[in-house]
Design a protein around this ligand. Sequence first.
Ligand code: SF4
Ligand code: SF4
Length: 147
Amino acid sequence: MLVKKKKNPLQEIYLIEILKGLFITIKNMLFAPKVTIQYPEQRRNYSERFRGMHYIKATNGVENCTACMLCPTVCPAECIHIEAGERADKEKYPVKFEIDVLRCCFCGMCEEACPKDAIKLSTIYEMSTTHREVYDKAFLVEQRGSK
Ligand code: SF4
Ligand code: SF4
């Protein structure tokens, strides 16, 4: 037979439990370490190894990329599109260099594979947009300055 344990009146109205809960809430409000920041006034410091927005390195205004096609080959998301061409100062260069950022998973394999150290991932993490973003060559080369 089930025997009901007798509770004292304070337990019956859960007063002690409510007070215990309130104590924990107030203690956390006043003394718990803050885990949130006032973004954008405050910003977190990210590691130099953080993989954010891409950019293409340039020397004297000329992109280091030689359109060797290694980065689109290794890219698991197939989000790099390059069209190669020739010009007087460079045997091979990317006429078109596009990255579909929505597909990119920021694995960094393009950076690893590049023999010219041309494509890099910066520590810029503010990339949210309201539309599908495709970075073109002009934008990617320009990013170097704002890194
Ligand atoms: S970071 Fe990875 S997924 Fe993004 S473009 Fe480079 S290789 Fe492709
Ligand atoms: S791997 Fe480097 S050099 Fe080759 S196409 Fe990509 S960015 Fe250009």
